[in-house]
Design a protein around this ligand. Structure first.
Ligand SMILES: Cc1cc2nc3c(=O)[nH]c(=O)nc-3n(C[C@H](O)[C@H](O)[C@H](O)COP(=O)(O)OP(=O)(O)OC[C@H]3O[C@@H](n4cnc5c(N)ncnc54)[C@H](O)[C@@H]3O)c2cc1C
Length: 480
């Protein structure tokens, strides 16, 4: 269970009662990933002056568009294949608010198709009948497996999704739920890696159950899959930047925050960019945990070291995405989305296959390997193994070209003992600096490192900053 969230806006420590900083100085959001974009848009829409900076040349952070050259042709893809679900209410609402085009996302009803014969789909019935009917009608599972799955999910639902014992892992929890070995191997373990980007023996059971509750345990549409039709850039980063610029926010890319300074007598903040100091009434640090650790480590207060050490203690897991290109007139049928059968001993590391449609006369696809530390050790072997896997499992011919993109710190490692970060606290340590807030995937405590966690954290930090500056209240959530 998450500790009770600290009250946003209350600063601890022995500092003098805070003033509100220079009201004409903007709130500065450091980091234009999905958390920073969410924070900046929320502040701007509440009428506050906003500055958004990012060290990268484009917005989007770990979920951004990427142009790759495949078979000699430039194609618009992403830094890694992403999947959104219908339960991402805040991300979807934000994308709509900033003007995402209606066809930027493709919505598919939840349907699990695996190359080992497993088929699971939810028929169009009201929840929870959709889930029960889906489980009873599942193919490729024994009756004993179907019954075990139904007993587990039905029991959780009836008991109100109770939190597993504190500190337990998904592997331990599955044993406690008496899930048969084949069901764990074929269904639960791949699902855990896909949702938490952390292997089941290390993954946090509380977070896992929370995600199950919000997807499979929620209205039917919440378990729908949503995929970027072209590129993630069109879903949030590009429309959000346009929205901000149209409303007068200052957006500075290629601008790195190298240090932070609290101005004397509560006059606000100064952000050192290496090329000058930026004045700010408040600062939202929407950067990955290691960068947050570096930036707070130099701040005055006896707790700065302890807070920085906890942030620096957040580990990460890599994700590898192999993009493949065939001629557009590929004769083999290509599934929209399909679970592959992993066999690491034979180099078959691919976990999920995604159809990426046609561009530039090419048929494109992506294969994802989450928690990819070992697999990504040899990039060439990984790509060759996946091509062979697609030939064996989907009868796909050798592609014209492939490109492997590995994000070494794709998401936080979602273990039970990871530090819990809030907008104004890390574990039990309340930030002692008035007007400084934390956002990022790590700052929505009981969710895995996901787009939705990032967006919710940005909205929560913006709500805290705005309320301190006296802007009208909003409906941003507080972590449950
Ligand atoms: C390959 C891959 C696949 C994924 N798949 C999924 C998925 O299917 N579903 C899902 O929900 N999530 C997925 N995720 C996770 C999701 O992308 C992240 O959780 C989310 O993008 C994190 O957003 P953020 O704003 O917290 O951080 P980031 O996106 O990392 O944004 C932080 C920003 O801060 C900037 N920055 C850092 N330091 C500084 C500094 N000192 N000064 C200025 N700027 C700075 C960075 O350039 C960056 O733009 C995936 C991630 C990857 C990499």
């Amino acid at each position: 269970m998450t500790d009770a969230p600290p009250v946003a806006g209350v600063a601890g420590g022995d500092l003098p009662a805070p003033r509100l900083g220079d009201p004409s100085a903007p709130v500065t959001v450091v980091g234009a990933g999905w958390s920073g974009l969410a924070a900046a848009v929320a502040l701007c829409d509440r009428g506050l002056p906003v500055r958004l900076i990012d060290s990268a040349p484009q917005a989007g952070g770990r979920a951004r568009g990427l142009t790759l050259v495949l078979a000699g042709r430039p194609v618009q893809l992403d830094n890694g294949q992403h999947l959104l679900v219908g339960a991402y209410h805040d991300s979807l609402a934000l994308a709509r608010r900033v003007g995402m085009a209606p066809d930027a996302l493709r919505r598919l009803p939840m349907r699990l198709v695996a190359t080992d014969g497993l088929r699971l789909s939810a028929p169009p019935l009201p929840a929870p009948l959709h889930l029960a009917a889906g489980l009873l009608g599942a193919r490729g599972l024994t009756w004993a497996d179907r019954w075990a799955l139904l007993r587990c999910l039905g029991g959780l639902r009836l008991r109100g999704w109770p939190a597993p014992p504190r500190g337990s892992t998904v592997a331990q929890w599955l044993l406690a739920q008496r899930q048969p070995e084949a069901l764990r191997r074929r269904f639960w373990v791949p699902l855990c890696v896909a949702m938490l980007n952390t292997p089941a023996p290390q993954a946090c059971a509380t977070t896992f159950v929370r995600v199950l509750r919000d997807t499979l345990g929620a209205p039917r549409g919440d378990s729908d899959f949503l995929l970027a039709a072209h590129s993630l850039d069109e879903v949030l980063p590009a429309p959000a930047i346009a929205h901000l610029q149209m409303r007068g926010a200052q957006v500075s890319l290629r601008t790195t925050a190298r240090g932070l300074r609290m101005l004397p007598e509560g006059a606000g903040w100064s952000v050192d960019t290496g090329e000058g100091e930026l004045r700010a009434s408040s600062v939202i640090l929407a950067v990955p945990a290691p960068a947050q650790a570096r930036l707070v480590a130099g701040l005055p207060d006896a707790q700065a070291g302890a807070i920085a050490a906890r942030l620096a203690g957040i580990d990460h897991e890599p994700i590898a995405t192999l993009y493949l290109a065939w001629p557009a007139e590929l004769s083999s049928p290509v599934p929209a989305l399909c679970m592959l059968t992993e066999d690491p001993a034979r180099g078959a590391h691919g976990q999920w296959f995604f159809d990426r449609g046609e561009q530039q006369g090419l048929r494109l696809a992506a294969v994802v390997v989450s928690a990819a530390a070992e697999a990504a050790h040899s990039r060439e072997a990984l790509a060759e193994g996946i091509v062979a896997q697609l030939r064996a499992q989907l009868a796909l011919p050798a592609p014209l070209d492939t490109r492997l993109v590995v994000e070494r710190r794709a998401t936080l490692r979602c273990t039970p003992d990871r530090p819990r970060v809030h907008a104004n606290a890390v574990d039990s340590l309340t930030l002692p600096w008035p007007g400084l807030w934390l956002a990022g995937e790590q700052a929505w405590p009981d969710y895995p490192g996901t787009l939705e966690a990032a967006v919710r954290s940005g909205l929560a930090a913006a709500a805290a900053a705005a309320s301190r500056l006296g802007a009208p209240p909003s409906s941003a959530r507080v972590p449950a």
